[in-house]
Design a protein around this ligand. Structure first.
Ligand code: TRP
Length: 454
């Protein structure tokens, strides 16, 4: 067991760790991204592949990240350096922490734009802005929003400010206190919204659409999307779970914690579809709209259903809360690193916040004034959204798996995990062989280098 202490503080209990890590995992990924990915890529078949990715690739890496973090007890970058030196290996491993911080900044810059839309939709719902509107009209409403750089800026700036305030207050007073309130509230809201959708919506059509398995609709590219999403949804590949692990008390079981987080996250992803699709089907609204799904189509459903404005506001409040407890975990790796360099926490937060804010502006403008600038038909928004999760996160995750599986000695891992020998060996075997090979095969398959196998 590690004797080290984190200079940033510790979670006060196992529950605090669970809420923080679950709050990180459950985010726009579960409620905004997963439903449209599953919808567009073959419903049930996509979900099955995604579940396989969670169990064989993402969960082993989640366990590895928490273990590394708790052993190093520093920001991801310094944890890599310290653990590599402990094992007599190259300090260049710190580079993995560095790439992770860059990925985090890229992710948060489009993440905050989407979270900003969500904040604005709480306001629009309460104002009744889409009451009785047709799907064409709500689609237009959304286009108007994204085509105005300043209006959009107002909302993501607000979202970023809310995120930064929490992180500036530190682990106990900021992060922990926030998740104690927000994560339980998130579960309550989700339960209410699923119940509502099942009662007033077309549950049957939604279940057929989401869960019927048809492998012919699944492409090699869809398998890559499922894998990338498994990293995104469990907050892997950038060090977020490493830093949350660094604040985890020694007495807690890492394995149990990791499994609870993965289960909670998966349940929420699967339930989120049930809060959305029954409403769309009840109103015969377009369901395959990619990133626009819940902003362009869903309001048209809420706008014509009983108490829709209220449930609509609750839906976007749920989305905002989920995004908020995730955003804090995306910048914590960078903030903790700056604090270790000797900066004060508020100053670190301000520095990271400014960089993210400026790069959010790029995303913002890519949707309006610079929408003509594309690369292979993709705007900067699409590129950030896909490149980060489908390339950078799996790459980061692969390096983390190799580091934990091959660089750290089994003895060190056993000291930190303190679990039954058989279970440890099984995990380590999956982490060493199955996870890296899985990631590589999926990459190659998506690049079209191997055919027929998947
Ligand atoms: N998991 C979050 C979601 O599903 C997003 C997130 C939080 C994240 N921290 C992360 C994604 C770190 C990648 C890396 O919305």
């Amino acid at each position: 067991m590690s004797e080290r202490k984190s200079i940033h503080g510790e979670w006060s209990s196992g529950m605090a760790f669970f809420l923080a890590a679950t709050g990180s995992a459950i985010g726009l990924g579960n409620i905004w991204r997963f439903p449209y990915l599953a919808g567009e890529n073959g419903g049930g078949a996509f979900i099955l592949v995604y579940l396989a990715c969670i169990v064989l690739i993402a969960l082993p890496i989640l366990i590895a990240e928490i273990t590394l973090g708790r052993r190093g007890r520093e920001s991801p970058l310094n944890t890599f350096r310290r653990l590599a030196l402990d094992e007599g290996r190259s300090r260049a491993w710190a580079g993995v922490g560095f790439i992770g911080m860059l990925s985090g900044i890229i992710i948060l810059s489009f993440y905050s734009v989407v979270a900003g839309w969500s904040l604005e939709y709480i306001w629009l719902s309460l104002r009744g802005a889409y009451q009785g509107a047709s799907a064409d009209r709500t689609d237009q409403l959304f286009s108007m929003l994204t085509s105005s750089p300043w209006q959009q800026m107002f909302w993501y700036t607000l979202f970023l400010a809310l995120t930064l305030i929490i992180v500036a207050r530190g682990v106990r007073k900021g992060l922990e206190r926030a998740v104690w309130i927000m994560v339980p509230l998130l579960f309550v809201l989700l339960a209410v919204l699923v119940a509502y959708a099942l009662v007033v919506g077309d549950a049957h059509a939604a279940i057929v659409y989401l869960y019927s398995v048809d492998f012919s609709r699944l492409s090699g590219h869809a398998v890559l999307l499922a894998m990338g999403h498994s990293f995104f949804t469990l907050s892997l590949g950038i060090g977020a779970m490493i830093v949350y692990g660094a604040y985890m008390p020694n007495r807690l079981s890492i394995m149990r914690a990791a499994i609870s987080v993965a289960v909670a996250d998966t349940v929420v992803a699967v339930l989120a579809g049930l809060a959305i699709f029954p409403l769309l089907f009840a109103r015969h609204l377009p369901v395959a709209q990619g990133p626009k799904l819940i902003f362009a189509s869903l309001p048209a459903a809420f706008g014509s259903l009983p108490f829709g404005f209220l449930f609509g506001a609750a839906f976007f409040a749920l989305l905002t809360l989920a995004a908020w407890t995730s955003a804090i975990s995306i910048i914590e790796p960078v903030v903790s690193w700056l604090v270790e360099l000797g900066w004060s926490r508020p100053r670190s937060v301000l520095a990271v916040g400014s960089v993210v804010w400026m790069s959010s502006m790029l995303i913002d403008f890519s949707l309006n004034v610079w929408s003509g600038i594309t690369w292979q038909g993709r705007t900067l928004f699409d590129l950030f959204n896909f490149v980060s999760s489908d390339i950078m996160l799996p790459l980061g995750g692969l390096l983390i798996a190799l580091f934990a599986g091959w660089v750290i000695s089994e003895r060190s891992l056993r000291q930190e995990l303190r679990m039954n020998r058989g279970a440890l060996r099984l995990w380590l075997w999956v982490l060493r062989y199955v996870t890296p090979v899985g990631v590589l095969l999926i990459f190659l398959n998506a690049l079209g280098l191997i055919r027929g196998a998947l």
